[in-house]
Design a protein around this ligand. Structure first.
Ligand code: C2E
Ligand code: MG
Ligand code: MG
Ligand code: MG
Length: 285
């Protein structure tokens, strides 16, 4: 109407809907292919650093996807699409199986590391998730304590009771649990008491400008104190420089993860050697 009478324009949201629909359709075909083939999905590994011990304590597995032209598709695109299209369980199971298989191979040769694996809310809400995870661990003969399940706080959980039951089951079996991206999502402080957590990952948005943002420092320090009082540890993500790492140490944060420590990379074997995890591997071989 602003443009005057007799004019019309296609309503934008509809346009977006159509584009989104097409994207979802393309991504669905690509994801289905990636689940069948071996060359489209790839696991990357990013070190998580124990600040006081000055050592890498575990690695987070981050999934990568390439399209048929070899271009990277980002997790921020394909993970939500997989969730919308009902494919996320298959994707999460692909990651679990392949990551735990690799962990088993490495443990056999003497490397001794723990893996953090992201699991989406819809997967955590399915009744047979504990059976799937514990079954995978059993198949590959990996002790549950070598796996941390990361649940993102930004996911809306419809069936909290189911998630709670499932996490309790895997936790009773010895698997560790982390609450990811804490501070920006849907969860309330009651999650910290109700869920069987070992780690709380402070969202990267609080860490990126930690140096210059006193509010964020207060958030990080008081949350860490509370989390510690509950017998859990905080992990800071997006640690991009040395100054931030020193600040985190000052604030009492136990673990740091980010580009300053190490980028997510596919070459886990090289990282294991570089961080000393591979030492026993070398001496045995
Ligand atoms: P997340 O679990 O919070 O993972 C951290 C994200 O931050 C990763 O993005 C990582 O590459 C990025 N990152 C790490 N260090 C830095 C840093 O210093 N600065 C900045 N700016 N970014 C950093 P990525 O790999 O793109 O993954 C995005 C999200 O996708 C993950 O967030 C996770 O929620 C999800 N995701 C990734 N892999 C999987 C998977 O295998 N399964 C499921 N269900 N979700 C996954
Ligand atoms: Mg994560
Ligand atoms: Mg995170
Ligand atoms: Mg994040």
């Amino acid at each position: 109407k602003k443009k005057g009478n007799g004019q019309w324009q296609i309503f934008d949201p509809d346009n977006n809907d159509l584009a989104n629909l097409r994207r979802d359709h393309d991504l669905t075909s690509l994801l289905k292919l990636a689940l069948k083939r071996t060359d489209l999905f790839q696991l990357n590994y990013q070190p998580i650093y124990a600040i006081e011990e000055a050592t890498v304590s575990h690695y987070e597995v981050l999934l990568r996807l390439k399209d048929l032209a070899g271009n990277a598709v980002y997790p921020s695109d394909f993970i939500p699409a997989a969730e919308r299209m009902g494919l996320i369980r298959l994707v999460d199971e692909w990651v679990l199986d392949n990551a735990i298989k690799k962990l088993a191979t490495d443990h056999k040769t003497g490397a001794d590391y723990t893996l953090s694996i992201n699991i989406s809310a819809p997967t955590l809400q399915s009744a047979d998730f504990p059976k799937t995870l514990l079954g995978t661990l059993k198949t590959h003969r990996v002790e549950p304590r070598y796996v941390v399940v990361e649940l993102t706080e930004t996911a809306y959980i419809e069936n909290f009771q189911m998630v709670l039951n499932n996490l309790q089951q895997i936790s009773d079996a010895g698997v560790l649990v982390a609450l990811d991206d804490f501070g920006v999502g849907f969860s309330s402080f009651s999650y910290l008491k109700k869920l069987p957590l070992s780690y709380v990952k402070l969202d990267g948005s609080y860490i990126l400008d930690l140096q210059n943002n006193p509010d964020n420092q207060v958030f990080v320090e008081s949350l860490t104190n509370m989390v510690n009082a509950f017998g859990m540890k905080t992990i800071a993500e997006f640690v991009e420089d040395a100054e931030t790492l020193y600040k985190l140490q000052e604030l009492g944060v136990a673990y740091a993860q980010g580009y300053y420590i190490g980028r997510p990379l596919p070459e886990l074997d090289d990282m294991l050697c570089a961080t000393g995890f591979g030492q026993s591997k070398k001496s045995k071989g």
